[in-house]
Design a protein around this ligand. Structure first.
Ligand SMILES: CC(C)(COP(=O)(O)OP(=O)(O)OC[C@H]1O[C@@H](n2cnc3c(N)ncnc32)[C@H](O)[C@@H]1OP(=O)(O)O)[C@@H](O)C(=O)NCCC(=O)NCCS
Length: 168
């Protein structure tokens, strides 16, 4: 996808710098939105970052600068390989509400369909109404809830599980 200086594409295992920049920005600016902490990722060796890029990671660029990211983790057991989980979903605040998050998600959905994936799933904090609103609008529905799924600063927060069927 390319529009007004925006570009969305899958990044390769050689693009650790891009991945590192946008992932660390996400963890630093939205610490309550993710299950990982900035401290968990900031000191990872380059090889570890590269390994994590073996699974598909899509990035939205604004004039060559990474501003959004979504990763896709496919289930490996053969009877579950039609399912994949969205991870690391993030868009820089100044680009929110523009439709770019939908464009980024659409790129991942197109890719997933091309891989024969029939269902996308994700987990989101029950205290993240903005993301939940986005997912509901994009065709996800709540399929479950893990009570106290996240433990943050000694406080338990429910994790909401969502799923979206992909019509081929
Ligand atoms: C999740 C994210 C990528 C969505 O991108 P976005 O540009 O904000 O999404 P949009 O503006 O297209 O859609 C958000 C929807 O939620 C709604 N929404 C926003 N804030 C809301 C709130 N506090 N309560 C209820 N709904 C809300 C908006 O109204 C919008 O729906 P609408 O267009 O039908 O009105 C982005 O908000 C983000 O990066 N958030 C921080 C990181 C994060 O939470 N990641 C998810 C981890 S699971």
């Amino acid at each position: 996808m390319s529009r007004d200086g925006m570009l969305i594409r899958r990044i390769s295992a050689n693009e650790v710098d891009v991945f590192r920049r946008i992932r660390l920005e996400a963890l630093q600016t939205e610490p309550s939105s993710f299950a990982s902490r900035y401290e968990d990722w900031v000191d990872l060796p380059v090889e570890e970052w590269r390994q994590r890029l073996l699974d598909p990671v899509f990035v939205a660029f604004s004039r060559d600068e990474p501003v959004g990211i979504i990763g896709l983790l496919r289930q490996s057991p053969s009877k579950m390989a039609h399912r994949a989980t969205l991870v690391m979903v993030y868009l820089r605040a100044s680009f929110r509400g523009t439709g770019l998050a939908k464009d980024l998600l659409d790129a991942v959905v197109d890719f997933a369909r091309g891989q024969g994936i029939l269902q996308l799933e994700l987990a989101v904090s029950a205290e993240n109404p903005g993301a939940i609103g986005f997912y509901l609008r994009e065709g996800f529905s709540e399929v479950g809830r893990i009570p106290g799924g996240l433990l943050d600063g000694g406080r338990e927060i429910d994790d909401i599980l969502m799923a979206r069927r992909l019509i081929i």
